[in-house]
Write a protein that binds this ligand. Structure first.
Ligand code: CMC
Length: 519
């Protein structure tokens, strides 16, 4: 009889929570089984992305953009051309360059109201942070008092700035904050108070609910916006600037902007009977189920349970929320579907928070602001911790370069007028090319080998140099070199065009460079 299989090795208890990790055949199935989790402070040795843009060989002191050595670009290119190269991957052809430069130079004006905002800044403001007191210097690393003072200022003012932005939208004058109120209560006061401001007091149930929401949103370890805060802060810039970077990261729809996206999604679904079609679209990857899924939580988001209870309080105070039926039915449908269960997709905090904010009467695009105000505390906590570390280092991830090899700068007159097309046009173009090709082949079948050889030689030369060798030779006076091309006259042009098309499409991928938008 075969010996029994060895007993599975007991999984280690989590030292922080005391929990035994979920296991399958004794193997830890948490997300670390999907790869190695490394501790690499400041990303000293971690590549976070593969990139085709810039390559640096630090040892040799070599730098190139999209394959072009920096020395050649500095000497022969100009800034806008280099910008085009960086963004679209190739040096622009003559017509692309003209359009690009025209477009950029015709988007240089700024709106009058923006000019007024800039004009209202102090003459000694730092141009990067607009804050005259901070100058973006290393003020914090050795001075705890300055650090704490600015932490307090940022948290205190965050609610006031948020409320002021709401008042602008309501076209109402700003209301001064009330330091005798609680944090969330004061924010509600600054947003809601009208003419009788002195006697206005926000509904205590709503103030308590907002306070609870603020606690739930205060921090969530190294999420996208906190990573942005810590990353930007690692350059030792002032925390105001780092908070702006974090706020920008927060309001994307995959992060703190998901609360807004959830409501737009539920409004679009509209009714319970439309849910199956929406679920099918999600499974077909045509839609995203906002408010579901999380990079770290694979079972349940503890915040979503608490927030559901807060929602009931708010609905009791503000009245029935009409979207709740669709939201609940959508959640139930997803949780009952094996596709979502297998992918471990559960409602996250944003699934319910949007409904609460909507019930409270906030406009949709204000929802991420209500996430950002409390998250300021978490951002500052991580920033402080990083700055106070014994040897704070700038965060500087590495990359894996997968772009072009070194190549020489091509003067603009020699650049190909690159075909601007997407896949569809390419497919449509093929039959046209075949139609063009066959009559040519019949007519000049005797010369086919010669043409083939010339085409095969010319194309790689063109590809390498970026010069249109064939066209150039054609436009030259008849000479020994240009003779073969002229010899085959009109039909040979057809053949060469066809050859060029077919070979270019089979040996090089489509060049998906689009002209910049003219909007
Ligand atoms: N709807 C549909 N499919 C999803 C969703 C979703 N919400 N979330 C994940 N998936 C799919 C994903 O496409 C992938 O499919 P496949 O295995 O076929 O490639 C699979 O589930 C696993 O997802 P993942 O790659 O592990 O997810 P991630 O860790 O890269 O992304 C997330 C996490 C939160 C960005 C993602 O779940 C998502 O886009 N959710 C919707 C946006 C959202 O609600 N964001 C708020 C997050 S919580 C608040 C916060 O802390 O910011």
């Amino acid at each position: 009889m075969a010996p029994p299989p060895p007993a599975p090795k007991p999984a280690d208890r989590n030292t922080l929570t005391g929990e035994i990790p979920e296991t399958k055949d004794g193997v830890d199935t948490d997300d670390t089984t999907n790869g190695i989790r490394v501790f690499d402070p400041a990303f000293l040795n971690t590549a976070a992305i593969s990139s085709k843009i810039t390559f640096i060989d630090g040892g040799k002191g070599f730098l190139m953009h999209r394959g072009y050595p920096i020395e050649q670009l500095a000497e022969r290119s100009d800034f806008l051309e280099t910008a085009y190269l960086l963004i679209y991957g190739e040096l622009p052809s003559k017509s692309q360059s003209e359009i690009w430069k025209f477009e950029v130079m015709h988007h240089t004006e700024i709106a009058d109201d923006l000019a007024k905002v800039i004009g209202s800044m102090r003459y000694d403001s730092h141009p990067m942070s607009a804050n005259p007191a901070l100058q973006g210097r290393n003020l914090y690393i050795h001075d705890k008092a300055i650090m704490n003072k600015n932490i307090i200022r940022i948290i205190g003012k965050s609610a006031t700035v948020a409320a002021a932005s709401m008042r602008v939208r309501m076209n109402r004058p700003f209301i001064a904050p009330r330091s005798d109120m609680g944090f969330a209560e004061n924010m509600l006061y600054m947003m809601d108070a009208t003419s009788d401001a002195e006697n206005y007091k926000p509904d205590a149930r709503l103030a308590k609910a907002l306070e609870a929401l603020f606690i739930l949103h205060a921090d969530h370890e190294m999420n996208c916006s906190t990573a942005a805060m810590t990353h930007v802060g690692s350059s030792l810039v002032d925390p105001y600037s780092a908070v702006s970077a974090a706020a920008a990261a927060l309001y994307g729809p995959l992060h703190g902007g998901a609360n807004e996206a959830v409501i737009r999604m539920i409004e679009k679904i509209g009714a319970v009977e439309n849910i199956p079609a929406f679920i099918s679209a999600v499974k077909a990857k045509k839609e995203l189920l906002f408010g579901f899924g999380h990079r770290v939580y694979r079972n349940t988001d503890p915040r979503s349970k608490i927030i559901r209870e807060v929602a009931e309080t708010v609905f009791a105070a503000c009245g029935h929320e009409p979207l709740i039926e669709v939201a609940t039915a959508l959640k139930d449908a997803a949780l009952a579907d094996p596709w979502f269960v297998e992918k471990k997709l559960y409602p996250n905090v944003d699934y319910w928070s949007g409904l609460i904010y909507r019930s409270l009467g906030f406009p949709l695009d204000f929802f991420p602001v209500l996430f950002a105000v409390p998250r300021v505390a978490g951002w500052l906590a991580h920033w402080k911790q990083a700055i106070e570390a014994s040897n704070p280092k700038i965060w500087r991830p590495r990359q894996v370069y997968v772009g072009p090899q070194v190549r020489d700068y091509v003067p603009i007159e020699c650049r190909l007028e690159r075909e601007i097309r997407d896949g569809k046009e390419g497919i449509l173009g093929l039959p046209a090319c075949i139609l063009l090709f066959f009559p040519s082949l019949l007519k000049v079948w005797l010369n086919w080998d010669v043409l083939m050889i010339l085409g095969v030689i010319a194309l790689p030369v063109e590809k390498k140099t970026g010069c249109q060798v064939v066209n150039r030779l054609e436009s030259a006076p008849k000479s020994f070199i240009s003779f073969p091309f002229h010899f085959f006259s009109g039909w040979s042009v057809c053949v060469r065009v066809s050859l060029r098309y077919i070979i270019a499409n089979s040996i090089s991928p489509p060049i998906n460079i689009k002209y910049p938008s003219t909007e």
